[in-house]
Design a protein around this ligand. Structure first.
Ligand code: SF4
Length: 620
C-alpha cells in the first residue's frame, strides 16, 4: 500500500443512550498506535464514541468525514447487530478501505463472522491494542497481513487464520489509555479503567477475553495512579474498574487508597464501582468501608449467582469462600451498609422451584437483589457443553446478539417463562423501592413468601382497571410471547412507573390491598408504598438544582423502612405522625426514556423529618 499517511477510524458503540462511559477499548488502541515508533508520523487516528441515541446515518457520516483507509469496530453482544447493519453502508461509501472487527464477541470466531458479514475483511482474535499496531506496521512495510499473528482474513476466495497470538502477560506492555486517549475527556459520566486483566476462576458462563482460569496481567501502580489522576482532573464523576475481582489482590487496597486520595484533592471521582471479588471477604469488606468512610459512593453487589450447590458446581464456581463472604456481608449490613445480592436465573442444575426457594432465602438475608437472566456467550464452557447440559437457546432481540437460555435439563420453556415473569415482577417492585420496604413489611408481618407475592403481581395487573396496569400487563405479554427479557423492557417499565408517582403509588397500593393479610398489616404496607413512591425519580422536573417536597405519614416510615432493609426487627408501627421532607435532583424531564437511573442519582433523598425521634424503633 503506497501511501504517506493512513487514516484510521476506531469505532466504539456504547450500550447506553445518554450515560457516557469512556470508550476504553478504542482508547487503548489509540494509545498503542500513538506510542508505536514504527508508525510515527504515518498514521492518523480518529476515535468515534457513539451512543445508542445516534442514528445509523449520524454514525456513518461521522465515520466517513475523514475518509478512513481502515475502519475498526469494537464488537460486544449488545452492539453487534447494530454494527452489522452499519457495515454494508460503510462499505458502499468506502469500497477500498479495510473493514476490521474485534472485541470479545467476535474474537476466536473469525471464520463464522466472515461467513455472515460479507463486508468485513479482517477479524482480530485477541487484544486490539497488541494487534492493531502490528497490522498497521505490516501495511506500512507493504507486508501481507498473513504475517500478522491473531487475524482471520479473506484470502484467495477463502478464509485464512494467521498464527495464533499470545495474550499479554502484563498490561505494562501497552501504554496507558488515559495518557493519549484520542478524544477530549470532558463530559464523560463514568471513566472505565483496568488495573488488571483476567480472572483466576473459570465460571461456565464467562469468557473475559479468553483470560479465565489463569494468571492476571497486571499494571504498574505508578501508571494506575497517573490514570486515576487524569480521570479526577477531567472531573469525571464516576470511576468503574473493569477488573474481574476487585479485592482479590493485596494491591487493590492501594488502588482504593489512590481513588480516595484523588477524591480528597480534586473532589473526583465521587462514585467508585467495581466487580467485587467473590472470595477474599475481609479485604473486600475493608475496602468498601474505607471508600464509604471517605464519602465516595459505591454500590456493593455481592456476586452469589445462585444458592443451589448443583448449579454452582456445574457453573464451576463451587462454594469455597462463600461462608466467609456471607459472614462479612452480615457484618456490613449490621453496620448499616446497603448490599445487593446478584443472582442468575436459568443456570443449569437449578429448577424454577429451587430458584424460587433461593429467592426467598436470599430475600430474608439481603436488603436488595439484582437478577440477570442467563445468556450463553461465545467461547464459554456453557457454549461448548450445551448438549450435556441440555441447554436450548433463542436469540430474538433485534438489538443484541446474545443467546438467551429457554430450557435446560432442569427447566422447561414453560418454567423459563414463569421465571422470567417473576424477574419482571421483581424488577417492577424493586424499581419502586417496594422490594425494600412494602414487600419486606408484608413478608415480616404476615409471613408471606416473597417469590409467591412477586409472582402474584402479574395476575393482579391483568385484572386491575388502573390505566398503568394495562401498560405493565403489555410488558408481561411481550415477555411471555417471546420467552425473553429484552433490554428495552427495562426502559419501558421505567418510563411507565416514573411518569406519575401518585398514579404508580395508587396502583401498587391496590396490589398490596388485594393480598390476604390482616387490615392493620395492609394499612401499614400501603403507607410504606406511598413512602417508597415519594422517593421515585421525578420525571416532571426540568432545569437545574433541586426541588423539595413535604408529606405527612401516620407513622415513622423512615425508621421502619430502614429496619426492614437491614433485616432487623421492625414491629408493626404505632401511630406517630411525621412530616417527611424529600429532595429531588432536577433535570430528569430531559432524560426520560433513557437509562437514567443508572447511578440512582435521580431517586429522592430524605433531607428532614419531624418530629425527630428520640430513639430508634428497631432493636438493632
Ligand atoms: S464470572 Fe467473574 S469470577 Fe467467574 S470467571 Fe468470570 S470474571 Fe471470573
Amino acid at each position: 500500500m503506497a501511501m504517506t499517511e493512513l487514516n484510521v477510524a476506531i469505532i466504539q458503540l456504547s450500550g447506553e443512550s445518554s450515560i457516557r462511559y469512556t470508550p476504553l477499548a478504542a482508547m487503548n488502541m489509540h494509545a498503542a498506535i500513538a506510542a508505536d515508533p514504527r508508525l510515527s508520523g504515518w498514521v492518523s487516528v480518529r476515535v468515534h464514541d457513539f451512543l445508542q441515541s445516534h442514528t445509523q446515518v449520524e454514525m456513518l457520516e461521522a465515520i466517513l468525514a475523514e475518509g478512513p483507509d481502515l475502519v475498526s469496530f469494537s464488537c460486544q453482544g449488545w452492539n453487534m447487530r447494530q454494527l452489522q447493519s452499519l457495515f454494508p453502508a460503510v462499505r458502499q461509501f468506502l469500497p477500498d478501505s479495510l473493514l476490521m472487527i474485534g472485541g470479545v464477541h467476535v474474537s476466536g470466531r473469525g471464520r463464522h463472522q466472515l461467513a455472515v458479514m460479507p463486508d468485513v475483511d479482517v477479524v482480530a482474535n485477541g487484544e486490539g491494542e497488541a494487534i492493531m499496531p502490528d497490522l498497521l506496521a505490516a501495511l506500512r512495510q507493504g507486508l501481507p497481513l498473513d504475517t500478522v499473528p491473531g487475524l482471520t482474513l479473506r484470502r484467495d476466495g477463502g478464509v485464512l487464520d494467521t498464527a495464533p497470538r499470545q495474550l499479554s502477560r502484563s498490561l505494562d506492555e501497552f501504554p496507558s489509555p488515559y495518557a493519549a486517549p484520542g478524544l477530549p475527556l470532558d463530559g464523560y459520566d463514568i471513566a472505565l479503567l483496568e488495573t488488571n486483566r483476567g480472572c483466576p476462576y473459570s465460571c461456565g458462563y464467562c469468557f473475559w477475553g479468553g483470560r479465565i482460569g489463569g494468571k492476571l496481567a497486571k499494571r504498574d501502580m505508578v501508571r494506575i495512579k497517573s490514570d486515576i489522576e487524569a480521570i479526577a482532573l477531567a472531573k469525571i464523576p464516576g470511576l468503574f474498574l473493569c477488573d474481574a475481582n476487585f479485592g482479590l489482590l493485596k494491591e487493590d487496597e492501594e488502588v482504593a487508597a489512590m481513588v480516595i486520595d484523588a477524591f480528597r484533592r480534586h473532589g473526583y471521582p465521587r462514585e467508585f464501582n467495581v466487580n467485587w471479588a467473590k472470595n477474599n471477604a475481609a479485604r473486600v469488606g475493608q475496602i468498601v468501608r474505607d471508600i464509604l468512610a471517605a464519602g465516595i459512593h459505591t454500590v456493593i453487589n455481592v456476586p452469589l449467582q445462585s444458592n443451589s450447590r448443583a448449579a454452582l458446581d456445574l457453573a464451576g464456581r463451587g462454594v469455597i469462600g462463600r461462608e466467609s463472604m456471607l459472614a462479612e456481608c452480615r457484618a456490613m449490613m449490621d453496620e448499616g451498609h446497603h448490599l445487593t445480592a446478584e443472582l442468575i436465573f436459568g443456570l443449569p442444575g437449578e429448577s424454577l422451584a429451587a430458584f424460587m426457594d433461593n429467592y426467598d432465602d436470599l430475600y430474608a438475608t439481603f436488603p436488595a437483589m439484582r437478577i440477570h437472566p442467563l445468556w450463553i456467550l461465545p467461547n464459554t464452557d456453557f457454549d461448548r457443553n450445551r448438549v450435556e447440559l441440555g441447554i436450548r437457546t433463542i436469540s430474538p432481540d433485534p438489538l443484541s446478539d446474545y443467546e438467551a437460555v429457554i430450557a435446560h435439563a432442569q427447566m422447561t420453556p414453560a418454567e423459563t417463562r414463569n421465571g422470567l415473569a417473576l424477574l419482571l415482577g421483581h424488577s417492577i417492585l424493586n424499581l419502586l423501592g417496594a422490594g425494600r420496604s412494602a414487600l419486606r413489611a408484608l413478608v415480616r408481618w404476615n409471613g408471606a413468601s416473597p417469590a409467591a407475592t412477586v409472582a402474584a403481581l402479574e395476575g393482579y395487573l391483568a385484572t386491575s382497571p388502573h390505566p398503568l396496569a394495562e401498560e405493565l400487563t403489555g410488558l408481561y405479554t411481550r415477555l411471555r410471547r417471546s420467552c425473553y427479557f429484552e433490554r428495552s423492557l427495562r426502559d419501558c417499565k421505567r418510563e411507565i412507573l416514573y411518569r406519575n408517582r401518585d398514579d404508580t403509588a395508587a396502583l401498587i397500593k391496590g396490589f398490596f390491598a388485594s393480598l390476604q393479610a390482616p387490615a392493620t398489616v395492609l394499612d401499614a404496607v400501603q403507607t410504606l408504598v406511598e413512602f417508597d413512591c415519594m422517593l421515585l425519580p421525578r420525571s416532571d422536573l426540568g432545569g437545574e438544582g433541586f426541588a423539595d417536597e413535604h408529606r405527612m405519614f401516620p407513622f415513622r416510615v423512615i425508621d421502619i423502612a430502614d429496619c426492614l432493609a437491614r433485616q432487623t426487627d421492625a414491629p408493626l408501627p404505632d401511630e406517630q405522625p411525621v412530616e417527611v421532607s424529600v429532595r429531588h435532583k432536577r433535570g430528569l424531564a430531559t432524560l426520560r426514556g433513557s437509562n437514567c437511573d443508572l447511578t440512582g442519582a435521580w431517586n429522592g433523598k430524605v433531607v428532614d423529618w419531624r418530629p425527630m425521634a428520640e430513639g430508634r424503633i428497631c432493636a438493632s
